[in-house]
Design a protein around this ligand. Structure first.
Ligand code: SAM
Length: 258
C-alpha cells in the first residue's frame, strides 16, 4: 500500500478482515494502490481477554444466537481511535441505523476525518457499546445481512468513487443516479443495431446540445416511471418540467424517444 499525506483514512473493525480483499479490484483497488484511501484493520479477536479467544457470548434473557461481547470490541475501537489520534468518527453498520443515501455518502466523502467502521456478527453487538463507543449507526436498507463486513465494503466503495481522482472521468460521479435527485439516463454502446434494436438516433447525431437535452429528458422520464418518490423531492426548473411533460406525452401517444 502506498500512503500519501492526503490519503483518506478508513479503519475497519471486523471478525473477518480477509473479506476485504474484495476491495482490491477496480476503482477501490486503484484507490488503495495509489494511496487515495488507506485501510487499517483491527480484529476484536486480537483484543479478547477470554482464555479461549472468544468474542461472543449467549444473550441475557435467553433466546437464539450469540452476541458480540463488549470488551474485545471496545478495546479494538479504542486501539483504532488511538491510532488515528485525530478526531475520528466511529460508525456501526446496523440494520437499525440511519438508511444511507447518496447525499449522505457525498457528505462523508467530503469530510476528511478518519472513519472507523464496525462490523457486527451473530445477533449484533452488546447494546451498551452503542452508548459508550459508537458515534453513529448506518444501515444499508431494510433487510438483514449475516455480518457488517459486506455493508462496510459497500460504504467504502460508494465513498471512494466520490473522492477527487478516484474515477477516470470526475464527471461520471456527478452524472450518476441520485447525484442530483434523478436516476441516470440510459446508456448504449456498439453495435448500433442489436437484435433489431436501434440506438436512439439523437445519440448518433454528434449534436452535443441535442444529446444533453435527450439525456436530461430521459433521466427525468425514467425517474418519473421508476422512482416517482425521488421526483417528488426534486426541484425542477421550468425547462425540466417542460422536458418531462414532453416525455409523458410521448409515452401516452406511443411516440419513439429518439
Ligand atoms: N439481530 C440484528 C437485528 O435484527 O437488528 C441483526 C444482526 S445481523 C444478523 C449481523 C450484523 O450484520 C449486524 O450487527 C450488522 O453489523 C450487519 N448488518 C445486517 N444487516 C445490515 C444492514 N441492513 N445494514 C447494515 N449492516 C447490517
Amino acid at each position: 500500500m502506498t500512503s500519501t499525506a492526503s490519503a483518506r483514512q478508513v479503519g475497519v473493525i471486523a471478525l473477518f478482515p480477509e473479506m476485504f480483499t474484495a476491495l482490491e479490484y477496480g476503482i477501490t483497488g486503484r484507490a488503495l494502490q495509489t494511496g487515495l484511501i488507506e485501510l487499517n484493520h483491527w480484529n476484536p479477536r486480537d483484543y479478547t481477554n477470554d482464555p479461549h479467544r472468544r468474542v461472543d457470548d449467549r444473550p441475557y434473557g435467553g433466546g437464539p444466537g450469540m452476541v458480540m461481547a463488549a470488551q474485545p470490541l471496545d478495546d479494538a475501537i479504542q486501539a483504532a481511535r488511538q491510532h488515528y489520534q485525530a478526531k475520528s468518527k466511529t460508525i456501526y453498520l446496523s440494520p437499525q441505523g440511519q438508511p444511507l443515501t447518496q447525499q449522505r455518502i457525498a457528505h462523508w466523502a467530503q469530510d476528511p476525518q478518519p472513519l472507523i467502521f464496525i462490523a457486527g456478527r451473530y445477533e449484533g453487538i452488546d447494546e451498551r457499546l452503542l452508548t459508550l463507543s459508537i458515534d453513529e449507526q448506518w444501515s444499508l436498507g431494510d433487510y438483514i445481512l449475516s455480518g457488517g463486513e459486506l455493508a462496510i465494503m459497500v460504504v467504502i466503495d460508494a465513498i471512494t468513487r466520490l473522492l477527487p481522482g478516484a474515477l477516470g472521468d470526475a464527471d461520471s460521479a456527478q452524472q450518476e443516479s441520485f447525484s442530483r435527485g434523478l436516476l441516470d439516463w440510459p446508456h448504449y454502446t456498439r453495435p448500433e443495431i442489436y437484435r433489431d434494436m436501434q440506438v436512439p438516433k439523437t445519440l448518433l447525431s454528434g449534436d452535443h446540445k441535442a444529446i444533453a437535452r435527450w439525456r436530461l429528458q430521459q433521466a427525468l422520464g425514467k425517474t418519473w416511471q421508476k422512482r416517482p418518490d425521488l421526483l417528488k423531492r426534486a426541484t425542477l426548473s421550468s425547462t425540466e418540467c417542460q422536458l418531462l411533460e414532453e416525455y409523458q406525452i410521448k409515452m401516452k401517444t406511443g411516440e419513439q424517444h429518439d
